[in-house]
Each structure stands twice: as C-alpha cells, then as structure tokens.
Ligand binder design. Structure first.
Ligand code: FMN
Length: 170
C-alpha cells in the first residue's frame, strides 16, 4: 500500500508510490545514454521526494561503475523497475560491467528509447529523470561509522538528483 505520494508538478498529475520502499523492495536499473551508446546497472539505493519545488528521484552511483560515466555525460537518466521474473537479469546487470562486455545482450531485456534517454521494453515502471544536480559525496562529511566501514575499501558514490519529468506505468 502506498504510504506517500510522488506528485508530478510539471504534468499536473499525482501518482502514488511508496517512497520508502520502492527501491528497497524492487531493484531497479539506472540507465543513461542513447540507444546507440548507453550503459545500465542495477541499483538498490534511491529515493523519491521534493526538491526545489520539483518531484525528484535521487540515485547513488559508485564512481567505479561504467554507468557513472554515462550519467555524468548525459542530461537525462531513467530508473526502470521490472516484474519479479526479471530479477535474475537485474542480478546479471548488477554483477557484470558494460566495460567488459555487451552485458544487456546476455539478458532477456530489450533496450528502447524513452524520452531523451533509454529504458527497456520489459520494464513496468519507469521514471524518466532530467539531471538537476550531481556531486561526488565527501567522505569527510559522512557519518564516521559509514565512511570508516563501508568506504574503507571503496571510493565514494556520486549522488544524482533528477527531476521526474515522466512516469511510465504498464
Ligand atoms: C541488488 C544490487 C544493487 C546494487 N545497487 C547499486 C547502487 O545503488 N549503486 C551502485 O553504484 N551500484 C549498485 N550495484 C552494483 C552495480 O550494479 C554493479 O557494480 C554493476 O556491475 C556495474 O555495472 P557497470 O560497470 O556496467 O556500470 C548493485 C548491484 C546489485 C546486484
């Protein structure tokens, strides 16, 4: 049951999503680029909310990910959710890098152009986001238990706040 609403101010419509669990319960794919040149990776971290009077989605992409280069370079990204039957495909895309192989071709997913970005035919919920803000998280400004633990052996994440310009539900 939805416990909070994501309101799309720009489209004058209101959609209900459980903003606390939409990412936790369902992995997603973060994707950026063009159909000819895109990359995607599985994400488990994310949030929905309101910033600067806009409906926003925030994702956290580690700088080690090939996908990070695409989200940095492009003005739009998509966040795509799938029916449960595709979880093994999301697992593959979350454990292999597009730097090493055409990893999407190893899955059952079909890339499609969506708005100014790319998503997948099999997705049943897509947030199309226009990048508003991004930054490399500063470990100096992070809770020391997290910076000394989680990040002891890995570099920081980049944070991307996107305006949700379109929600596609199938
Ligand atoms: C369930 C799951 C959740 C993940 N969540 C994130 C995440 O929120 N942010 C992130 O940077 N990487 C996350 N990853 C790791 C990337 O998906 C993974 O490193 C991927 O292989 C990167 O691919 P790329 O190099 O083609 O971008 C997750 C992986 C899995 C399996």
């Amino acid at each position: 049951m939805a416990c909070s609403a994501l309101r799309l101010y720009n489209q004058g419509m209101k959609k209900d999503f459980d903003i606390l669990t939409v990412f936790e319960d369902r992995w997603a794919l973060a994707t950026a680029g063009t159909l000819e040149n895109f990359n995607t990776c599985t994400i488990g971290w994310g949030s929905l909310g309101t910033v600067w009077g806009k409906s926003t989605a925030t994702i956290y992409i580690n700088e080690l990910r090939y996908t990070n280069e695409f989200v940095q370079k492009n003005d739009y990204f998509t966040i795509s959710f799938f029916p449960e039957e595709y979880r093994e495909d999301l697992n593959y895309l979350g454990t292999h890098s597009g730097r090493d192989e055409d990893k999407v071709s190893k899955t059952r997913l079909t890339p499609v152009k969506v708005g100014e970005s790319v998503s997948f035919k099999e997705a049943n919920l897509i947030f199309v986001c226009r990048k508003l803000y991004w930054d490399r998280q500063s470990l100096d400004q992070l809770d020391k238990k997290i910076s000394g633990g989680f990040y002891a052996t890995r570099p920081p994440h980049y944070e991307y706040i996107g305006e949700v310009v379109e929600v596609i539900e199938k």
